[in-house]
Design a protein around this ligand. Structure first.
Ligand code: NAI
Length: 248
C-alpha cells in the first residue's frame, strides 16, 4: 500500500480489534509502531507478531484516561524512537444505557476514555510534531457520531465531540504541516460488537448497502492512507468506513 518507512507511530487501544489491525498494517507499511494499551500481556503478543512479520514495535502500557500515564507513555516512545510522526487515537469503550437512567460513572468513564483521552494524547503528540513541523493525527470516531443512537448518549456525545476536536485541532496546527483527520467506522466485527444480541446484529446488517459487517482491516487500510504522505492535503476530514450505512 503506502510507504511509511522511517515514520514512528503510536496507536492507542492497540491490544485488540481495530487498534491491533492498525498496528500491524502501519508496521507492514514500514512504520515503527508504539503499541499502547492497558493490557501488557496482549501487547507483548502483538509485538511478537509484528517482529515475526519483519516489523519493529514497542509496547507501551498506558491508560489514555490518566494524564500522568499518557505523559509517561509518550516520553517512553520518544526515548525509544526519538521522534513521532503518527498518532492514532483509537482507544474506546462503551457503557450503554438509556440517558434517563444513565449512571454518572458510566457517562464519565466513556467521555474520559473516548474524548479526553484523545485530547491528552494529542497534546503530548503535538509537542513533538510541532517541533518536527510535520505529523498525522487520526481519531477513530464512529458512524453513530453522525447518526445518533438510542442507548448510547455517552458514547455518541464522546464520538461527536471527537469530530469537533478533529476539526478544531486541524485548523490550529495546519500551518505546521500537521493534519488531523477522523475515521468513522460503521458496524465492525470486533470484541466491541461480538456480544450484541443476534436481532440487533441482523437489524444493523439490514441497513448496510454493502451487505456485510466491516472488518478491522477495512478500518486499518483507511487509517494507513490518512497516515501517508499521499494524504497530505486532507485535513479536518471524517472518512466513513461503513459499507454505505450512512452517507453524510
Ligand atoms: P475493542 O473493544 O476490541 O478495542 C478497544 C481497545 O481500546 C482495546 O485494546 C482496549 O484495551 C483499549 N482501551 C479501552 N480503554 C482504554 C484506556 N483507558 N486506555 C488505553 N486503552 C484502552 O474495540 P474496537 O471495535 O477495536 O474499537 C476500536 C475503536 O473503534 C474504538 O474507539 C471504538 O469506539 C471504535 N469503533 C468501533 C466500532 C465497531 O463496530 N467495532 C464502530 C465504530 C467505532
Amino acid at each position: 500500500m503506502f510507504s511509511l518507512k522511517d515514520k514512528v507511530a503510536i496507536v492507542t487501544g492497540a491490544s485488540q480489534g481495530i487498534g491491533r489491525a492498525t498496528s500491524l498494517a502501519l508496521a507492514a507499511a514500514g512504520a515503527k509502531v508504539a503499541v499502547a494499551a492497558r493490557n501488557a500481556e496482549k501487547l507483548a503478543l502483538l509485538v511478537g507478531e509484528i517482529a515475526a512479520a519483519g516489523g519493529e514495535s514497542f509496547a507501551v502500557a498506558m491508560d489514555v484516561a490518566d494524564a500522568a500515564s499518557v505523559k509517561a507513555g509518550f516520553q517512553s516512545v520518544l526515548a525509544k524512537f526519538g521522534r513521532l510522526d503518527i498518532l492514532v487515537n483509537n482507544a474506546g469503550i462503551t457503557r450503554d444505557g438509556l440517558a434517563l437512567r444513565m449512571k454518572m460513572e458510566d457517562w464519565d468513564a466513556v467521555l474520559r476514555t473516548n474524548l479526553t483521552g484523545a485530547h491528552l494524547c494529542s497534546q503530548q503528540a503535538m509537542g513533538t510534531m510541532l517541533k518536527q513541523r510535520a505529523g498525522r493525527i487520526i481519531n477513530v470516531t464512529s458512524v453513530v457520531a453522525e447518526t445518533g443512537n438510542a442507548g448510547q448518549a455517552n458514547y455518541v456525545a464522546a464520538k461527536a465531540g471527537l469530530i469537533g476536536l478533529t476539526r478544531a485541532l486541524a485548523i490550529e496546527i495546519a500551518s505546521r504541516g500537521i493534519t488531523v483527520n477522523a475515521v468513522a467506522p460503521g458496524f465492525i466485527a470486533t470484541g466491541m460488537t461480538e456480544g450484541l444480541p443476534q436481532n440487533v446484529k441482523d437489524g444493523m446488517l439490514s441497513r448496510i448497502p454493502l451487505g456485510r459487517m466491516g472488518t478491522d482491516l477495512d478500518c486499518a487500510a483507511a487509517i494507513v492512507f490518512l497516515a501517508s504522505d499521499e494524504a497530505g492535503y486532507i485535513t479536518g476530514h471524517v472518512l466513513d468506513v461503513n459499507g454505505g450505512m450512512y452517507m453524510g
